[in-house]
Design a binder for this molecule. Structure first.
Ligand code: SF4
Length: 353
């Protein structure tokens, strides 16, 4: 029995909602279980194209908002405020600041990102991302599983994308070979056929299977793929849930006088800067000169995220919302309206995978 809901609910008491794990960019399909609309646990939902029937421990146990102190109401400089007051204050700050920067978390939904693009364009402000460990891949996870050779370029796939590591193991049980190039660990040491210091060394070795379907993941994957004419899953995968959609955004500088920080990240120290923060957990440090707007956890709202292979998947609400929190896209659409800007169509539309 799941330790998360032991003694709290019987299986027949649970409300179930299909959704997507937001612990990393694999985008494993899940079912959220709630009792009296209070989230209890998540279990895997089979999708042979993505996660097979697996979840990793990080996704299963660390990504639910259980035991986290939630941000439940808007505030201005630590004083409780109504949504209208907080939105007006945020709009005034962004409109009157000499220099402002809009920073997106790579875990926001695509719909929230669309509204942020509209706000950035409307105000003529830079839109950036943080943390910026984002890249893109081409091909699919199915291509990876069907590969005869898999090359990891300094990518610790076991730590960063755990279920992708399991899909690599699946390919290895069908006879594929795994090579590691670079330094550090790939988390699959026992499964690795050989390790090379550089891509040139790998090519010089004439590694067995390099002529078949080859998947290459990590920094420099495209260069090596061109040399091998590889056709599998190729590229530097993003690590965050929606990193793929943010791959083209520049990394945040945090140098502006005023910041719009959208998403639940441990943002760098603000050092007296003015900030508008949209988040679902209480900030770790004193909000200081901050306008806080509560948003829902990804498992409490609708929206879409794009996984590491570019597949758009739908989130569904599996539990009730914390007091005054709103979906990320709705909170940003209301901010756009407070700024006098037209928000794009924000309602999520994608179908479940
Ligand atoms: S691999 Fe990533 S998406 Fe899948 S269960 Fe783990 S954290 Fe969630």
């Amino acid at each position: 029995m799941s330790r998360q809901y032991r003694f709290k609910a019987r299986p027949w008491d649970l409300q179930r909602a299909p959704s997507v794990c937001t612990g990393c960019a694999v985008g494993c399909n899940i079912e959220l279980h709630a009792r009296d609309h209070s989230l209890q646990r998540m279990v895997p939902r089979e999708n042979m194209a993505i996660n097979n029937e697996w979840l990793c421990d990080h996704g299963r146990f660390d990504t639910l908002p259980l035991g986290t102190e939630r941000l439940r109401e808007p505030s201005i400089d630590s004083q409780r405020a109504s949504w209208e007051q907080a939105l007006d204050a945020a709009a005034k700050l962004l409109r009157t600041s000499g220099r402002a920067e809009i920073v997106a978390s790579p875990s926001l939904t695509n719909e929230a990102l669309n509204v942020l693009r509209a706000i950035a364009a409307g105000l003529g402000l830079p839109l950036t991302v943080w943390p910026a460990k984002a890249g893109k891949t081409r091909g699919s996870i199915a291509d990876l599983v069907a590969s005869t050779t898999i090359v990891l370029l300094s990518l610790d796939v076991w730590s960063e994308l755990p279920v992708l590591a399991l899909r690599i193991r699946e390919a290895l049980t069908s006879g594929a070979k795994l090579y590691f190039v670079g330094t550090g660990s790939n988390g699959l040491a026992r499964d690795t056929a050989a390790t090379f210091a550089s891509a040139d060394e790998l090519l010089a070795s004439g590694g067995e299977g390099l002529a078949g379907p080859v998947s290459i993941l990590g920094v420099g994957a495209e260069d090596l793929a061109q040399r091998l004419e590889a056709t599998g899953l190729i590229g530097q995968p993003p690590s965050a849930a929606n990193g793929y959609a943010m791959a083209e955004l520049p990394e945040a500088s945090f140098r502006a006088d005023a910041l719009l920080l959208a998403g639940n990240e441990d943002w760098p120290a603000l050092d007296g800067k003015h900030a508008v923060q949209l988040r679902w957990a209480q900030p770790a440090t004193s909000a200081g000169q901050a306008i806080l707007l509560p948003i829902t956890h990804p498992y409490e709202q609708t929206g879409t995220v794009t996984n590491l292979e570019g597949r758009v998947q739908e989130l569904r609400a599996g539990g009730k919302v914390a007091d005054e929190a709103k979906p990320d896209w709705l909170a940003l659409a209301e901010l756009a309206r407070a700024l006098g800007l037209a928000a794009p169509q924000e309602e999520p539309k994608a179908a479940l995978a």
